[in-house]
Design a protein around this ligand. Structure first.
Ligand code: UDP
Ligand code: MG
Length: 323
């Protein structure tokens, strides 16, 4: 293949952002498909910003080959595995396009959709997100838990996220810059996308099976992801306990009053061990939950105040920092 050289000062129109972790099996097919799609958008120049999220297989050396052949393939190599969300953040920071499109390397999100994204972008939408209208490729449990998450999240926050919209979307430069201005560490991308506002629309698509390699997700990761998502976006879980505590205290005062009157009228009453124990256990349990939730937030405040960088980049290829 001929080496493609793009003039350094020229910023591309579209930046494809793809974070990958141990994906050597998926790379070839990914590049083939994405290039075919981007060729259909002849009037637009592009770059493919690849984040190697600390892969321990041959992902990076393969990427280097692609980058050597084509300057539009850029690589950000993380020093270790930081997680996809951070890969995406790095991609947004270093991409130069007038719009960015994050996509998974496993082709679960069909690249052909990019053409439709761009069409909507031309119509003036600043954010065009893909909606998975068919999650048959996911297990029943994953679909159920996902539906529950969207429901709870949207009940709790003021900037709801559209059901079944993932990271696969087109984001205009305006929104990229708004996101880059945020200074928080605990980032829940989907929530942030919803939070920014701007003119958005969704396009339905069918989420495919993974083409090669293995999914890195498991339920424990998903659970933590959901916790991060909710605590990063709302303080409602903290507030619930204020009300519950008030109701319990009120009932407590009433009960105390009743006990005092009863003791004064009928004298001391020794039995009552069972009710006392139930009460102590119940209130003790509730207090533990409250402490746990407080802890979740305090832990995140701790992470925020440390102000550590979100990720560490070990190496950059074809990336021009000076611009
Ligand atoms: N990924 C990543 N860092 C990680 C885990 C995953 O960059 O720590 C990438 C992965 O290579 C893929 C995308 O994130 O491009 C989605 O991952 P996966 O297919 O495992 O998730 P699923 O599609 O099952 O939700
Ligand atoms: Mg996948």
């Amino acid at each position: 293949m001929n080496k493609v050289i793009v003039k350094k000062s020229q910023n591309p129109d579209i930046s494809i952002i793809v974070s990958m972790y141990n994906e050597e099996e998926s790379l070839a097919l990914f590049f083939e498909t994405i290039r075919k799609t981007l060729e259909k958008l002849k009037q637009y120049t592009y770059e493919i910003v690849c984040i190697d999220d600390g892969s321990v297989d041959g992902t990076y050396s393969l990427l280097e080959k692609y980058a050597a052949e084509d300057e539009r393939v850029k690589i950000l190599k993380f020093s270790r595995n930081f997680g996809k969300e951070y890969g995406l953040m790095a991609g947004l920071k270093y991409c130069k396009g007038r719009a960015a499109i994050p996509i998974d390397v496993d082709l679960q999100d069909p690249p052909e959709l990019i053409v439709k994204f761009v069409k909507k972008w031309e119509e003036g939408y600043d954010m065009v997100y893909g909606i998975r209208n068919d999650r048959r490729s996911d297990t029943l449990l994953k679909r159920l838990t996902a539906a529950m998450f969207y429901k709870i999240y949207n009940l709790m926050t003021r900037s709801p996220i559209p059901y079944n919209a993932g990271d696969y979307r087109l984001i205009d430069r305006k929104i990229i810059n708004a996101i880059l201005d945020l200074e928080e560490r605990n980032i829940f991308m989907k929530g942030i996308f919803g939070w920014t506002g701007f003119k958005s629309c969704g396009i339905k698509y069918v989420r495919q099976q993974r083409k090669a390699g293995q999914s890195k997700w498991n339920y424990w990761k998903l659970w933590n992801f959901a916790l991060d998502g909710i605590t990063a976006s709302t303080t409602l879980p903290l507030r619930i306990w204020t009300y519950l505590g008030s109701v319990l205290s009120f009932l407590g005062v009433l009960y105390a009053f009743y006990i005092i009157v009863r003791t004064m009228t009928y004298g001391v009453d020794v039995p009552g061990y069972a009710s006392l124990l139930v009460f102590i256990l119940l209130v003790g349990g509730v207090q533990m939950i409250i402490l746990g939730i407080l802890g979740e937030y305090i832990g995140r405040i701790f992470i925020e105040v440390k102000r550590r960088p979100l990720y560490l980049i070990e190496k950059k290829v074809n990336v021009n920092d000076g611009e």
